[in-house]
Design a binder for this molecule. Structure first.
Ligand code: SF4
Length: 202
């Protein structure tokens, strides 16, 4: 771990404590605040996701569901590596379960990213691999990419090797994955190789 990363350990712990006590949008959360995230200043991989679902809210463990199993498969990571905060940071766009509407989970709460994201990202190494999952994370991390997730995934080489845009690994995207079989055939093997390279740099 570099001197800068060591220097950031105490501020990171303090900031995480503040996030875990956050109640900013409690009035809008059907099950109340329960921020689910993972961060250490040494993490060279950042997973920028959407928001916890109900199952993850219950367990308090990010991607502790079928979406997580698929994401780990895409990244070529086992659970111990995926949940090692010194290697992988997991920061959804909204840290708490936002509730469910008529067509699935509601969007991440809009208060969350403007409040917490910038100071948390500032603690991570500048040279990292950012994995952007879904439209909300895409809007934040690549605001110039206005054509949507499918176009951003198709044009993955434009932001490579610092950033990869992925479709959400939810089963709700099975049709997308079937229609875009090149994603798992072409991009996933390259992504796995890149993830392994980044982790080997430690
Ligand atoms: S979603 Fe974010 S802003 Fe809202 S209570 Fe949870 S941590 Fe705070």
């Amino acid at each position: 771990m570099s001197a800068m990363q060591r220097h950031n350990e105490v501020p990171a712990a303090r900031l995480l404590t503040r996030v875990r006590q956050c109640t900013i949008c409690a009035a809008h959360l059907p099950l109340g605040p329960r921020p689910v995230l993972q961060l250490h200043p040494a993490a060279r991989i950042l997973i920028a996701g959407q928001a916890p679902g109900r199952k993850v809210h219950d367990s308090g463990v990010p991607f502790d569901d079928a979406s997580g199993d698929r994401l780990r498969h895409w990244l070529g990571l086992d659970r111990p590596t995926f949940y090692d905060a010194r290697r992988v940071a997991i920061l959804p766009m909204g840290f708490c379960y936002p509730g469910t509407g008529s067509s699935g989970d509601l969007p991440p709460r809009p208060e969350c990213a403007p409040t917490w994201r910038e100071p948390l990202l500032a603690l991570l190494p500048a040279r990292r691999l950012t994995i952007v999952i879904g439209a909300y994370a895409l809007g934040y991390h690549l605001p110039s990419e206005r054509s949507g997730v499918t176009s951003a995934v198709l044009n993955w080489r434009e932001h490579w090797p610092a950033l990869a845009v992925l479709p959400h690994p939810s089963g709700r995207n099975n049709i997308w994955l079937k229609r875009n079989a090149w994603f798992e055939a072409e991009l996933v093997p390259v992504l796995r190789k890149r993830v392994a390279e980044v982790l080997a740099r430690e």
